[in-house]
Design a protein around this ligand. Structure first.
Ligand code: PMP
Length: 344
């Protein structure tokens, strides 16, 4: 029994998971009359592998993980929802999130009828360990940290995240959606070795597969077993898995290096503009920028055909736009549009 075993909702601990036809027999040859599929082969008439063995093996080889420590979901958003369903009793337990951060933690909490306690980050989006742990009580099951954080862009120090894991008696979720753009490193190896850390990653960002919807959770074998039992049996489609396998053959390091270089180019260029107040340091593929009049600049850019994210109504982000780093020529277009912006 680990530290998290008593935190699992009793109905989940007692769950008899659905057993698919392919759990009983998954050999390659034979006459398959077991799953009520159509026998007419169009490439997709058979259900996909519910254990996603081939894609897991490929991702594990790329990332140095073990399959029993890896969950694959329909985007990392699926994993976020699953941890609420596994660890939080609706109407009783709570989760602690930082602000500003990725909005889905709060939405998934609300969907699951779980109260959220919000801990504001500091002026430079730094994390106050004591404030975070001070917000937790005996019913706090989950603590969500996003590093590099969306929308601020900064990654938190690894040692600080590990100290929080050591001191928090519940489950710590560290969302590393943007980790490939950061030099501060991943906690994936630590997540396999600890009992209360779940690291989320995704193929949607640096791996350029947002349209396929494939997210990952890396954790102890116990947590991964629970997530695998609670997910829909066929949560990843055959089409998505096949396409991901093919796309994973092409390395993305070159693209990531360009995006990091472009991020730094934009970060150096933006403070030149009189209406730019602050460019926050970023370890991700976007920049949070505080400007004189975020709504006006947003509207101006939109009129030029450049769509950015207006975060100015998000707590801690007054006056801020979030700019995703694009292709070099797209970033040039952004800078040109900013040159021609008339700010009174
Ligand atoms: N986590 C963070 C921090 C994100 O910003 C996003 C997407 N914007 C996600 C998770 C969702 O990723 P996925 O496409 O894997 O669901």
């Amino acid at each position: 029994m680990s530290r998290i075993t008593p935190l699992v909702r009793p109905n989940i601990a007692a769950l008899a998971p659905y057993s698919t036809a392919r759990d009983e027999y998954d050999g390659p040859l034979g006459i398959f009359l077991d799953a009520n599929e159509s026998p007419y082969n169009n490439g997709y008439n058979r259900y996909p592998d519910p254990h996603q063995a081939a894609l897991k093996a490929r991702i594990c080889a790329l990332k140095g993980l073990r399959p029993e420590n890896l969950f694959l979901g329909n985007g990392s958003d699926e994993a976020i929802d699953l941890v609420f369903r596994i660890f939080c009793t609706p109407g009783r337990d709570n989760a602690v999130v930082i602000a500003p951060s990725y909005g889905m933690y709060t939405v998934a909490a609300a969907i699951n009828d779980v109260a959220v306690r919000t801990v504001p980050l500091g002026a430079s989006f730094d994390l106050d360990t004591e404030a975070l742990l001070g917000a937790c009580d005996a019913d706090t099951r989950l603590l969500f940290l996003c590093s590099p954080n969306n929308p601020s862009g900064n990654a938190f120090p690894k040692q600080q995240l590990l100290e929080i894991c050591a001191r928090f008696p519940g489950v710590v979720v560290v969302d590393e959606a943007y980790v490939d753009f950061s030099e501060k490193g991943s906690l994936a190896a630590e997540a396999m070795a600890r009992d209360n850390l779940i690291v989320l990653q995704t193929l949607s960002k640096a791996r350029a597969m947002a349209g396929l919807r494939i997210g990952m959770a890396i954790s102890s074998t116990e947590v991964i077993r629970l997530m695998s039992q609670v997910k829909y049996p066929y949560n990843l489609s055959r089409a998505a898995m096949e396409k991901a396998m093919a796309l994973l053959e092409a390395p993305v390091e070159g693209q990531v290096a360009i995006l990091i270089r472009e991020r730094e180019r934009l970060a150096a260029a933006l403070p030149r503009f009189p209406f730019v107040r602050t460019v926050f340091p970023s370890d991700a593929n976007f920049l949070l920028v505080r400007v004189a009049d975020a709504d006006a600049l947003y509207a101006w850019l939109l009129a030029q055909g450049i769509i950015v994210r207006n975060r100015s109504r998000v707590a801690g982000c007054a006056g801020c736009l979030r700019l995703t780093v694009g292709l070099p020529e797209e970033n040039d277009r952004l800078l040109q549009a900013l040159e021609s912006y008339r700010y009174e």
